[in-house]
Design a protein around this ligand. Structure first.
Ligand code: C5P
Length: 234
């Protein structure tokens, strides 16, 4: 699988997202983009269709988590939108992940890649122990959730680039790691805490990096994207 930069389209409206993508209109290769909950819930499935029509690959980041039957049927709806990657919370368990995978299968045999969120980076050890009553460490739960995802037939997980190594050690080199928290050496960290550069993410084994503000807020997003791609692809 080719390593790719995925641009996080964290915009509040379709208009803003499409205005941003207009900048890439003359580029031969359209960037892979991530559509999250904010944009999807504001605009609905039509924004996914429009961005797909423009030639972009899409990671639809809706992080599903519900009973297996509901997640399976919803994944069928998302698969019909012709997206390339979708995700869910591994905390929903193996049955839920298996049903999700079945729901994604298209009649022609293809399906989007399915990746799992293990622990959100906003989850602290205190929250895990005191609110969720889970005695294990964050790292132990990440490895265990990733193994459950692998056993359920999923393609990979979303994690920090710094966790790619331990996930691949537990689940195999071909198990994909999709990693946010990437910053250029000279740019602001924003609210990200544990960050790596695109080149470092490649060294650590990331298969996809998800990059938002360093590209979307740049004065020259096309150059920022190209720089990111060349650093990450090596
Ligand atoms: O602007 P920035 O590069 O920080 O955006 C990173 C993207 O990755 C955002 O869409 C954010 O929600 C997402 N993300 C993250 N950390 C996680 C999971 C997702 O930054 N642990």
């Amino acid at each position: 699988m080719e390593r790719e930069t995925i641009i996080a389209l964290d915009f509040a409206s379709g208009k803003e997202a499409l205005n941003f993508l207009d900048i890439f209109q003359d580029e031969e290769e359209k960037p892979f983009v991530k559509i999250g909950m904010e944009l999807f819930y504001a605009e609905g499935p039509e924004i996914v269709r429009e961005i797909k029509r423009r030639g972009h690959k899409i990671f639809l980041d809706l992080k599903l988590h519900d009973i297996p039957n509901t997640v399976g049927k919803t994944m069928k709806v998302l698969s019909d939108l012709d997206v390339d990657i979708v995700n869910l919370h591994a905390a929903g368990g193996r049955r839920m992940m298996e049903e999700a995978l079945k729901g994604l299968q298209r009649e022609d045999g293809s399906r989007p890649l399915l990746i799992a969120v293990t622990q959100l980076t906003s989850t602290s050890p205190e929250m895990l122990h005191e609110q969720l009553l889970i005695p294990a460490s964050i790292e132990e739960t990440i490895v265990s959730y990733a193994k459950n995802a692998r056993q359920s037939g999923l393609d990979g997980v979303v994690c920090s680039p710094l966790e790619s190594g331990m996930v691949k050690e537990a689940c195999g080199e071909d198990f994909l790691t999709v990693t946010p928290g990437v910053r250029f050496a000279d740019s602001s960290k924003d609210d990200q805490v544990r960050i790596t550069t695109p080149a470092k993410a490649r060294e650590l084994g990331s298969d996809f990096i998800v990059v938002g503000r360093p590209i979307t807020q740049s004065n020259d997003p096309v150059s920022a994207y190209k720089y990111c791609q060349s650093e990450f692809k090596g």
